[in-house]
Design a protein around this ligand. Structure first.
Ligand SMILES: Cc1ncc(COP(=O)(O)O)c(C=O)c1O
Length: 390
């Protein structure tokens, strides 16, 4: 029903994906497959809902529409079998902002934040930017995927570690962490009084028959040490509208965080955020989500087949969720600058360089495949030619 092959010209929309190519990659004319938004049109049922509000023509102070939290909680219960109480939830103006705000509330200046690289780079940059020390518990690579290193975590998690930031599902490798892993993580963190921020922004995009498991749902320990952040922004391609939510079952943690947000009015949405979210979390949204994910699965199969046939030294990891493919380029035998030179200067592509995700990302590139297949094909052909010539 929906046409994901349609190529949308983003020129003139001030989109980040194209707009900062010159600044980031030194060339404005690269094919961009980096930042995690999609090149697909935001579905019409969302733009229609926004347009209806625009037609009103008065944009004064606004409040959360009635039924908003019930609808969000209903979506989470239906999709992830997790029953969230409405009073556990609040609006936050973005997930990275949520992480920054939680660090300011819960982590004292001499305390530390644990992350498990390779992982979404703001997990490192946000604590560092807030002048908090970051402690690394690198993931272990086993058979083309990652596992958590619990022995190491127990050693490094000293009494100054106040928070661990979890990417669930994992960005960049697209892993849906299983219940047992999350339970073990919760046990270690709960015992030590460490708050786990579970960033679940990719949760509505499990693919190839995999399922997302909300961290807070795996045990009482997990519920009590958790702050969960989620959003419709990745799934429905509305990151620019900014509509995220926080869920905290523990009374004390919730009171501390939400009273701080309220004091600073950081829990207040713009007019448009709840409208877009309420239009997304509907049966129409569900139908679109399923079609979009079927297209994403097709794109991932396409990349895997293409690499097997034409780029045998590049091994894409099949993600269990979302539209980011972690390309293992280590067999090309190129160092960091030569690998970037191959992608940027020779193939004229802008991907995320694996090193930015921290230890373990060396020799990898992160490819965003949420784009019409013809564009993906163009990208892979450019890469194949560049590899042949180098
Ligand atoms: C794991 C993860 N968290 C957060 C974000 C960004 O979320 P927000 O725009 O709400 O800060 C992204 C975007 O790529 C992401 O992949």
């Amino acid at each position: 029903m929906y046409n994901f092959d349609k190529i949308i010209d983003r020129t003139g929309s001030d989109d980040l994906k194209h707009g900062v190519l010159q600044e980031r990659y030194g060339d404005a004319n690269l094919l961009p497959l980096w930042v995690a938004d999609m090149d697909f049109e935001t579905p019409q049922f969302i733009t229609d809902a926004l347009r209806r509000r625009l037609d009103h023509s008065l944009f004064g102070y606004t409040m959360m529409p009635k039924g908003y939290w019930q609808q969000v909680a209903g979506w989470i219960a239906d999709h992830h079998a997790w029953n969230v109480k409405e009073e556990w939830m609040t609006f936050i103006p973005g997930i990275v902002k949520g992480i920054g705000m939680a660090i300011n509330v819960f982590v004292k200046p001499d305390e530390k934040v644990i992350i498990q690289p390779p992982v979404y780079h703001p997990f490192r940059l946000t604590p560092l930017g807030n002048r908090r020390e970051v402690v690394y518990n690198p993931l272990k690579e086993i058979d083309g995927t990652y596992t958590m290193d619990f022995d190491q975590l127990e050693q490094i998690a000293d009494e100054k570690c106040r928070m661990l930031i979890l990417s669930n599902p994992h960005n960049p490798a697209g892993i849906c962490w299983d219940k047992q892993t999350l339970q073990r993580l919760a046990h270690i963190c709960h015992q030590r009084g460490i708050i786990v921020i579970s960033d679940e922004i990719h949760c509505d995009m499990a693919i190839f028959g995999n399922r997302h498991t909300p961290f807070a749902s795996v045990s009482e320990e997990a519920a009590q040490c958790s702050i969960t952040f989620g959003a419709p922004s990745k799934t429905f391609n509305i990151a620019g509208i900014v509509s995220s939510y926080s869920i905290i079952p523990n009374d004390e943690t919730r009171h501390l965080f939400y009273s701080w947000l309220e004091a600073n009015e950081l829990n207040e949405p713009t007019i448009f955020s709840p409208i877009a979210t309420m239009a997304a979390f509907t049966p129409e949204g569900e139908a679109w989500r399923k079609e979009m994910l079927a297209y994403i699965e097709g794109n991932i199969d396409f990349v895997i087949d293409y690499c097997a046939k034409h780029l045998p030294k590049i091994k894409p990891w099949r993600p269990q969720a979302s539209f980011l493919v972690w390309l293992d380029c280590r067999d090309l035998g190129l160092n960091h600058s030569l690998l970037n030179d191959l992608f940027v200067n020779k193939a004229r592509l802008a991907l995320n360089d694996g090193e930015m995700f921290g230890k373990g990302g060396e020799g990898f590139m992160r490819l965003n495949i949420a784009t019409p297949r013809a564009i993906l094909q163009d990208a892979l052909e450019r890469l194949s030619k560049a590899v042949q010539l180098s």
